[in-house]
Design a protein around this ligand. Sequence first.
Ligand SMILES: *Cc1c(COP(=O)(O)O)cnc(C)c1O
Ligand code: SF4
Length: 319
Amino acid sequence: MTTWQQQLQNAVTDRSELYRLLSLSDTPLSERTEFPLRVPRSFIARMECANPRDPLLLQVLVQTEEFNTRLGFIKDPLKEMQSTPVPGLLHKYYGRVLLVLTGSCAVNCRYCFRRHFPYNANTAIRHWPDILAYLTRDLSIEEVILSGGDPLLLDDDKLTLLIHDLEKIPHVKTLRIHTRLPIVIPDRITPALVRVLSEIRLRSVMVLHSNHANEIGADVAEAMLELKKYACLLNQSVLLKDVNDSVDTLVQLSKRLFEVGVLPYYVHQLDPVAGAHHFYVAPEVGLKLMKGVREKLPGYLVPQYVQEIPGELSKSVII
Ligand SMILES: *Cc1c(COP(=O)(O)O)cnc(C)c1O
Ligand code: SF4
């Protein structure tokens, strides 16, 4: 058995290898990108062979469109750099803070809104004592959100230490982890990780990032059923052109999530980040899709269609 760390190491970063694994003929790129191709093999295994339009492939494949510019698509669309009182800590919303724990991910999603984020200077780990001091001082903070990059890239020992530090702050009640790792490498849900969540005082919420039902195979299901015992499991997805911009695809995703014990939480409007404009779905189109989804599913399987507007005190529901 290969460990999740080995799977991480073995991720495909070479375009021609990806094409070969999927029996597709290579179309070389002349452009170079600072946000390179990166995709674990277990995720590739869920792609359909010989299908250049596979919805999982499109999320990771560097395409020529990325190198074009489009008006309004910029490097820091959320102006996140402006709400960091301590490097690595984002405090924009009442009662909860978001910690940027790591600088990278197991997979490089082409639509990622943090693709231009200057991570190295800004990860919470490097400023941990300052972060703890900030959290301890502000009694309004009840929820700490571990985000990234992907927080589950930290190993279990490190994560356990950090979580125990957070647990000692009396007014913190909830630990939330935002991650795509269990989707791309399900073996990341280790017994040690499950154990930490089962032992802490904090209520745990895990928000998975899955965009398509095909991402959720038997191995993901198994990991979720184990986690479900100790954490509330939610999912957020991003509405992406050619990946999940149809009523049927969104309905299938909600149903599949529910089958594995996860409730749909948010479907995000794409943040207008430079290099991701080819995934754009207009809000009018998104609203029609959501109406279609609501007609097919019970309310608890309909995620909220939201966007982040810089300066707002919460995410905004698109209506
Ligand atoms: C999305 C987000 C949160 C969490 O918002 P919820 O609506 O509670 O999911 C917190 N902080 C930041 C900076 C965020 O972007
Ligand atoms: S997992 Fe999330 S943060 Fe990481 S590259 Fe993908 S979209 Fe970006």
